[in-house]
Design a binder for this molecule. Structure first.
Ligand code: SF4
Length: 145
């Protein structure tokens, strides 16, 4: 029995809180890098150099989107996400993340930051499981020499 067996409501209100407001990481998969660099008209190397940062995990690094000094995501424009159709897996699966779906409390706690949680469209347990599964795709790893 999961607390979301009867589904959960979510409808993005486009408030942009999750794309700005607080420092954070958007870790990219290999497919994310391919799609985002294509959407930006850049090579993957250029995209990583201009739009990403390497986050150090000791023997390896993960690739995360850059943030501006006010914590806005580098991809955030006045008209919204510059790569919305090619947005990273982490953004596409939000808020159906493992840590958010740990319990009803964690879901409700997330809802205090995201006004779309608990509103609008009902996602079935099956859809939620599918998003959780999709989110398991590992991030792109850069081995440090
Ligand atoms: S915080 Fe929630 S409602 Fe606001 S943009 Fe992000 S997903 Fe949408």
């Amino acid at each position: 029995m999961m607390f979301y067996d009867n589904g959960l409501r979510f409808d993005c209100r486009m408030c942009r809180y999750c794309c700005s407001a607080e420092p954070g990481y958007v870790y990219l998969t290999k497919k994310d890098i391919e799609a985002a660099s294509r959407a930006m008209g850049m090579t993957e190397e250029e995209f990583i150099r201009k739009c990403c940062r390497l986050v150090d995990f000791g023997s390896y690094s993960l690739v995360s989107l850059l943030e501006r000094s006010d914590y806005d995501c580098i991809m955030l424009t006045e008209r919204g996400c510059a790569i919305y159709e090619a947005r990273p897996l982490q953004c596409r699966t939000y808020p159906f993340w493992k840590n958010v779906l740990e319990s009803r409390e964690s879901w409700e706690r997330e809802g205090r930051s995201c006004p779309g949680i608990g509103k609008g469209r009902l996602y079935s347990a099956k859809e939620i499981e599918k998003l959780l599964k999709a989110g398991e795709e590992p991030p792109y790893i850069v081995i440090r020499k």
